[in-house]
Structure formats: C-alpha cells, structure tokens
Design a protein around this ligand. Structure first.
Ligand code: AMP
Length: 212
C-alpha cells in the first residue's frame, strides 16, 4: 500500500497516519518529523530548514528531495508507506512521480482529510507534543492524564515552534497557495479519496479504512 496523506496543517495526517501504521504495519514517512529531527540534531540541513519552518514557509525542494529519496530507499519502505507532508507543491508531486517510475510502483491513493479552517486553527493552537515519542495531545480535546506530561514516557509536553497563532496563519496561507492545487492534480488522475476529517479520531479512521 502506497498512500499520500493530504490536507491542511492540523487536519490529522499524523494522527491518522499513526493509526494506519498500527493497522497495516507500514511506515509513516513524515517530512516534517524528519526535518524537525534534523533541526534538533543541528545538522547543516536541519539548521537551514529550521529558518523556513519557524517562519511557516516551505523548506526549499532540493533540501527535501534528498531526505525523501533516502527514506524511500530504506528496506522498511519496500512494501509500502504512508507519506505525510510530502508532496507539498506541484514540483514535489512531479518529483514523486519520477521516484515512483524508478521504483516501478504507482501511488495507490491520495487521501485528503477535509477539515474547515476554523477547526484547523483550534486544533493547532491547542496542540502539544511529546518531544520524546512525538505523541500529539490537545489542551481541550485530548488532554494528558497528568498535567502537561506525556502519558507514555512522562516527558514534559511542548508546543511546536510553528504552532503559534502567527506562524499557523502563514502555514495555512502556504497550504492554500501551494499545496491545495495537488487536490486537483490527484483528482484528475482518479486517485483522490476525500474524507470528512471532522469528528472523533476513530470515526475518521473508520471512514479512511472503508474508503480504501
Ligand atoms: P508538518 O509537520 O508536515 O506540518 O511540517 C512542518 C514544516 O516542515 C512545514 O511548515 C515546512 O516548513 C516543513 N516541511 C514539511 N514537509 C515539507 C515539504 N514536503 N516541503 C517543504 N517543507 C516541508
């Protein structure tokens, strides 16, 4: 199974991607997670990428292509994967087509999580993450059992640098301008699967698995 998860920031790609991992045993490949990891390690790529991420802009394609190609070539991606956060613009979608042609596979579906802007804003600004295991919480909808620490490892939860209100509105602008055109790109190829991304997490997951 080779899927793309599409949708605005905060639409639940990471959450649903993790549920898909649990169900199908294939990796979720998140360019955002890989770039954040590179930034926290302080690698040359990470330092460059962080400037764009902190501003809510897209990291330049040439920096992202390298990490995506490397990740897709690893053994665990051989039987399939869930791409989260890539492609983000038309150039990336075209690059992905080239990679797929090289590996001799097709993208089976682009799953669009459809969530209204107001809901996305609410979700992102209340979001907190575990810096250790990357579990996502929400200060209203999905609170940790103990104040501000992760249920799994007790690490102190933090807000992503780019989840502040100002950066979130820039990320949404960038989504509308650069990523949303991919909805038509995949629709015209007959592989777009549009899912109502509102409501309880388990119900959304159910909609996805039924549609697939
Ligand atoms: P995400 O975790 O997917 O919301 O991504 C967080 C940030 O990482 C984005 O706002 C971008 O700055 C950067 N990023 C993630 N994926 C990509 C990508 N495919 N192309 C360019 N920048 C990306």
């Amino acid at each position: 199974m080779r899927l793309i998860l599409l949708g605005p920031p905060g639409s639940g790609k990471g959450t649903q991607g993790d549920l898909l991992v649990g169900r199908y045993g294939l990796p979720r490949i998140s360019t955002g997670d890989m770039l954040r990891e590179a930034a926290s390690e302080g690698s040359e790529l990470g330092i460059k990428a962080k400037q764009y991420m902190d501003a809510g802009e897209l990291v330049p394609d040439e920096l992202v292509f390298g990490i995506v190609r490397e990740r897709l070539s690893r053994v665990d991606a051989g039987n399939g994967f869930f791409l989260d956060g890539f492609p983000r613009n038309t150039a990336q979608a075209e690059e992905l087509d080239v990679v797929f042609a090289e590996i001799g596979h097709e993208i089976e579906a682009a799953v669009l999580l459809d969530v209204p802007r107001e809901e996305v804003l609410r979700r992102l600004t209340g979001r907190r993450m575990c810096p250790v295991c990357h579990t996502a919480y929400h200060m209203v909808y999905h609170q940790p059992a103990n104040d501000c620490v992760c249920d799994h490892d007790g690490a102190k939860l933090s807000q992503r640098d780019d989840d502040s209100e100002e950066v979130v509105s820039e990320r949404l602008r960038v989504y509308e301008e650069q990523t949303k055109p991919l909805v038509d790109y995949y629709k015209s190829r007959g592989i777009l699967v549009k899912i109502d991304g509102t409501g309880p997490v388990e119900e959304i997951f159910d909609r996805i698995t039924k549609a697939l």
